[in-house]
Design a protein around this ligand. Structure first.
Ligand SMILES: Nc1ncnc2c1ncn2[C@@H]1O[C@H](COP(=O)(O)OP(=O)(O)O)[C@@H](O)[C@H]1O
Ligand SMILES: CC(=O)N[C@@H](CCC(=O)OP(=O)(O)O)C(=O)O
Length: 259
């Protein structure tokens, strides 16, 4: 579909997203673009697990997911995180619909490694018809990264990789990761343009670690499709381009010029 822009809202930044941010998305829609939101909610899931005294552990940036953890993650993501985003978009004057990846089998996943990670999935199919139907009816889809799986019922999917899968399947023109840092930082400096090869060396030498790893891997993966632009930017809205869009790190293919 033309003019699709996938915006991944990280759990780290949800609380600091301003009305300005949502008005920017509404303006995008008015200009004929089709934004799709894929959201995370890691900190809110941590809080719920903490309250329920359930231990949680991350392996390679992915949450080890027991059936108990999955239940909490689904409740938080499809509950107040999704509701919050939908109501902020509605306040900005656009129609929005909260969808779980489980709804109508929107996201179908295979398990990554049951022994190592438990109920964690990798998306193998995005049922784009559902998204197209909502977009054609003028809704902005707001997607929670819980997916269906024939064997295990449901799987917990990292929101960065879910956003990348949605962007690829919808043949999006743009993918943006909105997070709590200005972009990829190296020794405190913002990398405005970065190539896939540099990303790999940054992971190797520890400049990129933790929650930034699934983000850059998802970005890398998206650049093998039709996506022209992958950006990582801060949701606090302080770092902007002249046209009001968020400024951050642009990730480009190795063959492309970085200038
Ligand atoms: N090189 C890097 N530049 C910027 N942030 C980095 C880098 N390496 C790791 N990070 C970490 O990645 C975090 C963003 O990932 P994460 O906390 O998972 O956010 P989100 O909830 O938005 O997905 C940053 O807050 C920072 O701690
Ligand atoms: C498998 C896995 O790690 N799932 C994530 C899903 C939410 C997410 O990715 O949230 P952020 O974008 O805020 O990190 C989790 O359980 O935290």
């Amino acid at each position: 579909m033309e003019n699709v822009v996938v915006i991944k809202c990280g759990g780290s930044t949800l609380a600091s997203l301003s009305s300005d941010f949502f008005e920017g998305i509404a303006a995008m829609k008015q200009k004929g673009k089709h934004p799709i939101i894929v959201h995370g909610g890691g900190p809110a899931i941590n809080q719920m697990l903490d309250e329920e005294k359930v231990e949680t552990e991350f392996v390679d940036g992915l949450r080890k997911t027991t059936p108990e953890v999955l239940k909490a993650a689904e409740k938080v993501l499809t509950g107040h995180v999704s509701d919050g985003l939908v109501s902020c978009l509605q306040q900005a004057g656009v129609k929005a619909i909260g969808l779980s990846g489980v709804d109508e089998h929107l996201l179908e996943a295979v398990s990554v490694d049951i022994e190592k990670l438990g109920l964690v999935g990798d998306i193998e199919q995005v049922n784009t018809k559902i998204l197209k139907r909502y977009i054609e009816a003028d809704f902005i889809p707001v997607i929670a990264p819980i997916a269906v799986n024939q064997t295990y019922g449901k799987l917990n999917v990292n929101a960065d990789s879910a956003a990348s899968a949605v962007a690829k399947a919808m043949k999006a023109a743009e993918l943006m990761f909105v997070t709590d840092v200005d972009g990829i930082l190296c020794e405190g400096q913002l990398e405005e343009n970065i190539t896939v090869t540099t990303i790999e060396s940054f992971i190797e030498n520890g400049v990129i670690y933790g929650g930034m790893i699934p983000k850059v891997n998802a970005a890398k993966n998206s650049l093998t499709g039709q996506i022209e632009k992958v950006t990582i930017a801060n949701g606090n809205g302080k770092n902007k381009n002249k046209d009001g869009t968020l400024k951050g790190t642009s990730i480009v293919k190795d063959t492309a010029s970085t200038f």
